[in-house]
Design a binder for this molecule. Structure first.
Ligand SMILES: Cc1cc2nc3c(=O)[nH]c(=O)nc-3n(C[C@H](O)[C@H](O)[C@H](O)COP(=O)(O)O)c2cc1C
Ligand SMILES: C=C(O[C@@H]1CC(C(=O)O)=C[C@@H](OP(=O)(O)O)[C@H]1O)C(=O)O
Length: 359
């Protein structure tokens, strides 16, 4: 079926289910000659892997990636890169009591209504586990972007109603929530532990910043860079809102406050979030996503079964109390996939404008 492929020149297909044999990605369109190793990908997978901290799903997945094709002697070949990650700790029996019951807030009912059947073991492809494949592909995009000095960093700015007031970049990788405010981090940890004890879950906000993006990436109408970023980020499970730059707060500003004045030395502010008319302006690209609380909670809730009968449900098993922090590297990966694709598109256009000759 359609819907598993993303991108135009740097194209990614993901495959696999949470409780199936494996998950993975096939990347078509990665240029040749880029240094790439399993360790490069492993580094990113480690940041997303479940079971490392209290409040995260205790499912123990080593998440070891194998590069099956497209890389030779440490360099990309320009041929499809196939990546696979085997599932090692699925424990599907926990889902048997939920075989024909729809978890509120998850994709059980919509998958069933769409396909007429579903893989009830952990939600199949609707599982947050599918994002392991995105992060693997995003690690390849990271290497492409590095060739042009483009960097992407995401961090947690809110969790369970607690907001990070500081953006201390040196703090981000010092705590397990990727929070740039050490004080807010302590309170976030308390909230998440409280929610877990109460059989509940929490949402939050992740900010993603791309630095070193040259002006000119984007397209003029439908494939605008901001539109593609919004799509990429919104395609992550549990993401319910996306903002670029000033985002929703722009609606409350006057034009004189919201415009970013231009000077010979550069822009004086960045309410646009680094994108004007769908094209990068050379400023930092700034996006934020709203992440909903995890749907599978052990509190009693009302739902229905496949026959449409009323049922009460308490979801057991090994669930995250929040998609944060594990969604943070996923957001980075999705932004990297978009930027790698748009970088290649712009390089083609530039080569044409320069009348570059072919060999
Ligand atoms: C990294 C990550 C981890 C997640 N962990 C869980 C989980 O343990 N349990 C759960 O019910 N949902 C979890 N989710 C959320 C579901 O995947 C998501 O809510 C579901 O696919 C429905 O999609 P929607 O929320 O976009 O409507 C996780 C999502 C992500 C991105
Ligand atoms: C395994 C991962 O996350 C899973 C995401 C998830 C869900 O419903 O989204 C439910 C849990 O898995 P299970 O299907 O075993 O109950 C999480 O552990 C992972 O991200 O690697």
């Amino acid at each position: 079926m359609a819907g598993n492929t993303f991108g135009t020149l740097f194209r990614v297909t993901t495959f696999g289910e949470s409780h199936g044999r494996a998950l993975g990605a096939v990347i078509d369109g990665c240029p040749p000659g880029i240094p790439l190793s399993e360790e490069d990908i492993q580094f990113e997978l480690e940041r997303r892997r479940p079971g490392k901290h209290l409040g995260e799903s205790p499912r123990k997945e080593p998440d070891r990636v194998e590069i099956l094709s497209g890389v030779f002697e440490g360099q990309t070949l320009g041929t499809p890169i196939a990546l696979v990650i085997y599932n090692r700790d699925a424990k599907s029996a926990a889902y048997e009591p939920l075989k024909d019951i729809f978890r509120p807030g998850h994709g059980d009912c919509t998958y069933f209504w769409k396909y007429g059947l579903r893989d009830w073991r952990g939600g199949g492809r609707s599982s947050g586990r599918e994002t392991v494949a995105r992060v693997a592909a995003g690690a390849v995009a990271k290497k492409v972007l590095a060739e042009y000095g483009i960097q992407v960093q995401a961090y947690t700015v809110a969790l369970g109603g607690v907001w990070a007031r500081k953006r201390d970049l040196s703090e981000i990788n010092r705590n397990h929530l990727f929070c740039p405010d050490a004080e807010a981090y302590e309170e976030m940890c308390r909230r998440i532990e409280e929610a877990r004890r109460e059989g509940d879950s929490l949402g939050g906000v992740v900010e993603i910043v791309a630095r070193g993006v040259p002006p000119g990436l984007g397209e003029p109408v439908f494939d605008k860079l901001d539109a593609e970023l919004a799509k990429a980020l919104m395609s992550i499970g549990a993401v319910k809102g996306v903002e670029i730059g000033a985002g929703f707060s722009a609606a409350e500003k006057k034009g004189s406050e919201n415009n970013d004045p231009l000077t010979p030395e550069g822009f004086l502010s960045n309410n646009a979030g680094g994108i004007l008319a769908g094209i990068s302006s050379g400023q930092e690209i700034v996006c934020r996503v709203a992440v909903k609380p995890i749907p599978s909670i052990s509190r009693e809730q009302l739902t229905i079964n496949e026959k449409g009968e009323a049922v009460k449900i308490r979801v057991g098993g090994r669930h995250d109390a929040s998609a944060i922090p594990r969604i943070v590297p996923v957001c980075e990966a999705m932004v990297r996939l978009v930027l790698a694709d748009y970088l290649l598109r712009q390089l083609v256009l530039k080569a044409f404008r320069n009348h570059e000759t072919l060999p």
